[in-house]
Design a protein around this ligand. Structure first.
Ligand SMILES: O=P(O)(O)O[C@@H]1[C@@H](OP(=O)(O)O)[C@H](OP(=O)(O)O)[C@H](O)[C@H](OP(=O)(O)O)[C@H]1OP(=O)(O)O
Ligand SMILES: Nc1ncnc2c1ncn2[C@@H]1O[C@H](COP(=O)(O)OP(=O)(O)OP(=O)(O)O)[C@@H](O)[C@H]1O
Length: 491
C-alpha cells in the first residue's frame, strides 16, 4: 500500500462492530480496519499502535497455531496520512448505522490494520472479476459448560446464546427471539446444521451477513431493520445456484434457492480445507457436556415427539468449526470457576503492579504466551501462575466465542480447473470456495469482571422469566393434550 498516495474516494464503508470499523478498497482486494472509541476516551498514537500490533501478533503466534494458517489472515499495521483518515471518516459517516455511532473512528493516530478483503476469494491479491458470494457467520459459543464450578443448574441445560436471546429482546437490542442455537450448528449433524442455518437466515441479527461482489445484500443492522425478505435474497442468489435454468420466480423458486444455499454452506463448514499446519492444538477436548441445548426448537421438537436426542455426528477434525470449538473449550472452568482465579491475579497485581508486564497481561502475545496456553490442568495449586494461565486461556476462549467465519463462493465451470482451490458442488452448479476467520482480537483482561456480572444477569433473567413462563405453558399444554410438534420443513 502506497500510504503517500491515499485517496479517500477509492475507499467505501464496508461494515463495523463494537470496536472497529472497516472500509474496503473499490478495486483492490484489501480492507482497512480502524479502531473505534467512545468520545472522550481517546488513546495516544503509541497506545493505538501497540494495540494493533498486539492484534497482529496474537493472530500470528496464537490463532494461526490453534486454527491453522490458511484460515487466519493477520494483516499488518499501516500508518496513513492523517488528512486521508479525516476525509475518509467524513465520507463514510452517513453510512454508519445509528446504533454504532456511540463510538468514533480513531482519526488521530493515523494507524489502522490492512487486511485482505475476506468477502473475496483468497487466491489473488486483486479483486476477481468473477461474481462472488460471501456468507459471514458469527456462530458464538458452541458448547454447554461442563465445569463443576457452575452453580446455576440452568447453565447445564440451556446454552448461553439461547438464554441471552431473551435478555436481548427484553432490552430492545433485537425484536424477536431467534430459533438459531449454536449447538445445532456445531453438531456436525446435517439436519441440525440445516436447521441452524435456516434459522440464521430467518433472524440474522448480528450473526449472519451475505455479500455479493463485496456488497452487503442481506443482514440486519439493528432492531429497527426491516424484516428479512427471502424473495429478494433469492433473486440475488438465483444466478449463482441456477445459472442456466429458467426457474420461475415465486415461493417455489425462493425455497429452492435457499435450500441450495443452506446445503452448500453446510458442506463447506464440514470440509477440512486447511492444508497448512493443522493447528498444533489437539486439546483432546472431546465431546463434553450435553449434546443439545434444551431451548433449541430443533431438540424441543424431537423431545415433544418422544424421540431421542439426535445422534452426535461430530465435526470432522480438519474443519474450522471443530477447531474453533476446541479453542472455545479452553474455557475449562466457566466464568464461575474462573472469577475467583481472576481475583487472585487482581490481588497480586494490586500488591505488585510492576509485575503486569512480566505476566504478559497486555502482551506481547508471543511464542512464550502461546506455550503457556497449552497447559490444560485444572488442578489448582493455589499459585498465581495457575490462576494466570486459566485467565489467559479464558480470554482466548472468549475470543473464539465471538469470532466470525467468512465463506466466499465463486461459481466455476463444470470442467474448468479450480486453480487448486477446493470446490463444492450444488445441484446445478459448482463453487470454488475459501473459508476464513475474522475478528480474532484477544479479549481484554479487564472484561472478565464484566463477563462475570453479565453471566449472572443472563441466567437470572432466563430462569426467572422465561423458564417460569415456559413451565406454566408446558403444563397447560399437557393438560390440554395439545400437540407441541414443531414442523421441521425440509430445506
Ligand atoms: O458478551 P456477548 O456474548 O454479548 O458478546 C458481545 C457481542 O454481542 P453479541 O452477543 O454477539 O450480540 C458484541 O457484538 P455487538 O456489538 O452486539 O454486535 C461484541 O462482539 C462484544 O465484543 P467486544 O466487547 O466488542 O470485544 C461481545 O462481547 P464479549 O463477551 O465477546 O467480550
Ligand atoms: N478482513 C475483512 N474482510 C472483509 N470484511 C471484513 C474484514 N474484517 C472485518 N470485516 C467486516 O467488518 C465487520 C466488522 O468487523 P469486526 O467484526 O472485526 O468488528 P469488531 O468491532 O471487532 O466486532 P465486534 O462487535 O465483534 O467486537 C465484520 O462483521 C465484517 O463484515
Amino acid at each position: 500500500m502506497e500510504e503517500g498516495k491515499m485517496d479517500e474516494n477509492e475507499w467505501g464503508y464496508h461494515g463495523e462492530g463494537n470496536k472497529s470499523l472497516v472500509v474496503a478498497h473499490a478495486q483492490r482486494c484489501v480492507v482497512l480496519r480502524f479502531l473505534k472509541f467512545p468520545p472522550n476516551r481517546k488513546k495516544t498514537s503509541e497506545e493505538i499502535f501497540k494495540h494493533l500490533q498486539n492484534i497482529v501478533d496474537f493472530g500470528k503466534n496464537v490463532m494461526k497455531e490453534f486454527l491453522g494458517e490458511n484460515y487466519v489472515h493477520c494483516g499488518e499495521v499501516v500508518q496513513l496520512p492523517l488528512e486521508f483518515v479525516k476525509q475518509l471518516c467524513l465520507k463514510i459517516q452517513s453510512e454508519r448505522p445509528e446504533s454504532r455511532c456511540d463510538k468514533d473512528l480513531d482519526t488521530l493516530s493515523g494507524y489502522a490494520m490492512c487486511l485482505p478483503n475476506l468477502t473475496r476469494l483468497q487466491t489473488y491479491r486483486f479483486a476477481e472479476h468473477r461474481p462472488i458470494l460471501c456468507v459471514e457467520i458469527k456462530p458464538k459459543c458452541g458448547f454447554i459448560p461442563f465445569s463443576s464450578d457452575v452453580t446455576h443448574e440452568m447453565k447445564h441445560k440451556v446454552c448461553r446464546y439461547c438464554m441471552h436471546q431473551h435478555l436481548k429482546v427484553a432490552t430492545g437490542k433485537w425484536k424477536q427471539i431467534s430459533k438459531y442455537c449454536p449447538l445445532d450448528l456445531y453438531s456436525g449433524n446435517k439436519q441440525r446444521m440445516h436447521f441452524a442455518l435456516k434459522s440464521l437466515l430467518q433472524e440474522a441479527q448480528n450473526n449472519l451477513k451475505i455479500f455479493k461482489n463485496g456488497e452487503l445484500i442481506y443482514g440486519c443492522k439493528d432492531a429497527r431493520s426491516p424484516v428479512a425478505d427471502w424473495s429478494e435474497l433469492a433473486h440475488h442468489l438465483k444466478p449463482f445456484f441456477f445459472p442456466s435454468n429458467g426457474l420461475a420466480s415465486g415461493p417455489h423458486c425462493t425455497r429452492a434457492v435457499i435450500r441450495e444455499l443452506v446445503h452448500v454452506i453446510t458442506r463447506v463448514l464440514l470440509s477440512g480445507s486447511d492444508k497448512g499446519r493443522a493447528g498444533t492444538l489437539s486439546l483432546g477436548l472431546g465431546p463434553q457436556g450435553p449434546r443439545v441445548c434444551e431451548a433449541s426448537p430443533f431438540s424441543r421438537s424431537l423431545r415433544c415427539q418422544g424421540k431421542n436426542t439426535p445422534e452426535r455426528s461430530g465435526l470432522p477434525k480438519g474443519c474450522l468449526l471443530y477447531k474453533t470449538l476446541q479453542v472455545q473449550m479452553l474455557d475449562l472452568l466457566d466464568i464461575e470457576g474462573l472469577y475467583p482465579l481472576y481475583n487472585r491475579v487482581e490481588r497480586y497485581l494490586e500488591e505488585f503492579p510492576e509485575e503486569r508486564k512480566t505476566l504478559q497481561i497486555d502482551g506481547p502475545y508471543d511464542e512464550a504466551f502461546y506455550q503457556k496456553l497449552l497447559d490444560l490442568s485444572t488442578e489448582d495449586d493455589g499459585t498465581v501462575a495457575f490462576a494466570l494461565t486459566k485467565v489467559q486461556q479464558y480470554r482466548v476462549a472468549m475470543t473464539a466465542k465471538d469470532c466470525s467465519i467468512m465463506i466466499a463462493l465463486s461459481p466455476c465451470l463444470q470442467d474448468a480447473s479450480s486453480d487448486q482451490r477446493p470446490v463444492v458442488p450444488s445441484s446445478r452448479s459448482r463453487f470454488a470456495f475459501s473459508v476464513s476467520v475474522l475478528d480474532l482480537d484477544l479479549k481484554p483482561y479487564e472484561s472478565i469482571a464484566h463477563q462475570y456480572k453479565l453471566d449472572g444477569k443472563i441466567v437470572n433473567y432466563y430462569s426467572k422469566t422465561v423458564h417460569a413462563k415456559d413451565n406454566a405453558v408446558m403444563s397447560t399444554r399437557f393438560k390440554e393434550s395439545e400437540d407441541c410438534t414443531l414442523v421441521l420443513h425440509k430445506v
